[in-house]
Design a protein around this ligand. Structure first.
Ligand code: HMG
Ligand code: MG
Length: 357
């Protein structure tokens, strides 16, 4: 398979932090985003506008949004920041901060073309920012750090089983879709892209490991028809295996879901996330969600652990000749730093190995 660009959606600041029991200082959350912005990642899920009673850890997401809009993190190229929301109330809370800025929305200049041996868009090799350092083969070319209002996207979420949808959002699947209709239409008016997650696509904590892939496909088609720009198919519980992943992707393909509209979101509870990612890569998927340091977990998926570690995913994809644009050494440092801040073990094997060599 020829080297291709893989888009990594870094969900560490949202999925990675939402299930932490101790309140994480706002400054730490912002520092995480700022550090991630310097690694070459191009999409970062930064927070969520959900009920603070349900997920207290995300309560200060509006301050994170404000910070990103007012003081865009220095980065070697444009970054899209995603914010998760479940309903119109979440959208209203988001818009209260976003709308005053949206009129100032600027378009970033197109990044310079990447040379053939590049790992994606060029990283900053100028000495303007000492934190953005060239790193071996992964940092070639040069571009100026970007400024201006960053691009913001919304994420909505539903699930492939009724039980999980009830536990996570206190409504049925059909009701969750009804909630999305006004979100979609307002997002389109505001020119905001919307990604839609489908949780428990490969196993449900309440209904077991055998989730009907046709249900996932029907939901994906429904969400795309409603105007979703991308579907992130999520293995919330980590129950996915290589054959189940292949079966799901074949079912999605047969149902007419275009692989370019899909992202895969693997949690690593059973240690299968990397294997499943390679299966998805072989089925033509080019967008993957992951969290630095293997952070993550959903408060409404008991027993499920972190997302696949971004460092591990990047290491794996680079070994297959794919390009991510990510400087893995810098990323490994971020994973180690945030694990220390949270008092957690660094769950990235590649990250730990890189730092100890
Ligand atoms: P509810 O209690 O049924 O809400 O929760 P309600 O509509 O009855 O409202 C009750 C109160 O909540 C009201 O306030 C509302 O204003 C307020 P009160 O009148 O009592 O003062 N409220 C809100 N406040 C702030 N933001 C809002 C909001 N909505 C209502 N958006 C609700 C329903 C959907 C809000 C709740 O269930 C909820 O917030 N759920 C989110 C759960 C969550 O965040 N889960 C984790 C993210 S999903 C995930 O991790 C999976 C993913 O990673 C993919 C994967 O791995 O599967 C994406
Ligand atoms: Mg998740």
């Amino acid at each position: 398979r020829p080297a291709e660009h893989i888009r990594i959606v870094e969900v560490g600041p949202r999925d990675g932090l939402q299930n932490e029991q101790t309140s994480i200082p706002l400054a730490t959350k912002i520092e995480l985003i700022e550090r991630l912005a310097k690694t070459g990642l191009q999409t970062i899920e930064a927070g969520s506008f959900v009920s603070p009673k349900w997920v207290p850890q995300m309560a200060n997401s509006s301050e994170i949004l404000q910070h990103i809009l007012q003081t865009p993190p220095a980065s070697p190229h444009p970054i899209t920041y995603q914010f998760l929301l479940p309903n119109v109330k979440g959208l209203d809370n988001f818009l209260a901060y976003y709308e005053p800025f949206s009129s100032k929305q600027t378009t970033y200049p197109t990044p310079p073309p990447s040379p053939d041996n590049d790992n994606g868009p060029a990283l900053n090799t100028s000495s303007e920012d000492p934190n953005v350092m060239p790193s071996g083969a992964e940092a070639v070319g040069s571009s100026r750090a970007t400024s201006g209002v960053p691009e913001i996207e919304l994420s909505i979420f539903t699930a492939a089983t009724e039980s999980f949808t009830q536990k996570n959002t206190n409504c049925s699947i059909a009701e969750s879709l009804e909630r999305f209709t006004p979100i979609m239409s307002r997002a389109k008016t505001l020119n905001l892209k919307v990604r839609a997650y489908i949780s428990v696509a490969l196993g449900c904590p309440y209904e077991g490991p055998n989730v009907d892939p046709h249900k996932v496909a029907d939901l994906a088609l429904n969400l795309l028809e409603m105007g979703a720009d991308e579907i992130s198919v999520a293995d919330t519980t980590g129950m996915g295996t290589a054959p189940k992943t292949a079966e799901l992707l074949k079912t999605l393909n047969a149902a007419g879901v275009d692989k370019s509209d899909l992202a895969l979101h693997f949690h690593d509870t059973y240690g299968q996330a990397l294997v499943n990612s390679v299966v998805a890569l072989e089925h033509g998927i080019r967008t993957f969600d992951s969290a630095v340091g293997g952070l993550g977990g959903c408060p409404f998926s008991p027993g499920a652990t972190g997302n696949v570690a971004t460092e591990d995913l990047v290491h794996c994809f680079h070994s297959l000749g794919a390009k991510t644009g990510v400087n893995i050494e810098k990323l490994a440092e971020v994973g180690d730093w945030i694990s220390g801040e949270l008092g957690r073990r660094n769950e990235s094997n590649a990250g730990k190995a890189i730092l100890s060599r």
